[in-house]
Design a protein around this ligand. Sequence first.
Ligand SMILES: CC(C)(COP(=O)(O)OP(=O)(O)OC[C@H]1O[C@@H](n2cnc3c(N)ncnc32)[C@H](O)[C@@H]1OP(=O)(O)O)[C@@H](O)C(=O)NCCC(=O)NCCS
Length: 197
Amino acid sequence: MEYIEPPPVSKLDEEEPKENIRKGLIKEEGQHKIVIQKAQIRDVEEILELVNGFAALNLMLPRGPQYLYENIRDFVIASDRNVPVYSLTETREVLHLIVACGSLHVLWEDIAEIRALAIHPDYQQMGLGSKLVEVMQEEAEQLGIRRLFTFTMTEDFFKTLGFRRQNREELPPKVWGECSRCPKYFNCDEVGMVLDL
Ligand SMILES: CC(C)(COP(=O)(O)OP(=O)(O)OC[C@H]1O[C@@H](n2cnc3c(N)ncnc32)[C@H](O)[C@@H]1OP(=O)(O)O)[C@@H](O)C(=O)NCCC(=O)NCCS
C-alpha cells in the first residue's frame, strides 16, 4: 500500500491580489502613455470588465464572453503602457492596463455600427473616445463602408464627432438586430445617430 501526501495548500496571504493589481496601479494624469491597437483573445476578460462596469450603471448594453470571442476582430483597445499588468498565467508576461475599447461591426454593404465604446472613468475627457471613433471610422472607410451608425445615451459626445440624430422610422431594419437581445427592449432610452463617410 502506498501513501501519497496531499498537495500543499497555498496560504491566503501568499496569493496574488488579483483585483488590486490593476486598480492600484493607475497613475496620475500626465503620466499616461496610451497605445491603440486591435484587440486580441487575451484582452477579452479586461474588455468585459470595462464594458460591464458601465452596463451595471445602465449606460451600455452588457456583453458576455461568447459575444466577445465571436466578435473580437471588431474590437480596438487602448492600453496605458505606463501601467504594467502581469499576466497571472505561468508566463508572467507583461501586459498593459486596458483603459478603453470600442468595436466596429459591419451590418450590411453600406453601413457599420459602433458598439461597446467604453473609456475607463480615470481616462475620460482626454480625447480617447474621439480617437477610438476616428480609428474605427478610418477602418470603415478602408472597408468601403459609407455610413456609421450607433445607438447611444451620450448624444452630445457623438455630435461633437459630426454624428446626427436620426428618427427611429428612418433607421434601416438591419440596425435593430441587437435590440431583441437588449434588456431595455421595452423601455429604450438610447438614440440612433449616423455619420455619412
Ligand atoms: C462617452 C465617452 C465614450 C466619451 O469618451 P471621452 O474619451 O471621455 O470623450 P472625449 O474626451 O473624446 O470628448 C470629446 C468631446 O465630447 C464631449 N463629451 C465627452 N463625454 C461626453 C458626455 N458624456 N456627454 C456630452 N459630451 C461629452 C467632450 O466634452 C469633448 O467635447 P469638446 O471636444 O468640445 O471638448 C466616455 O465618457 C464613456 O466611455 N462613457 C461611459 C460609457 C458610454 O456612455 N459609452 C457611450 C457609447 S454607448
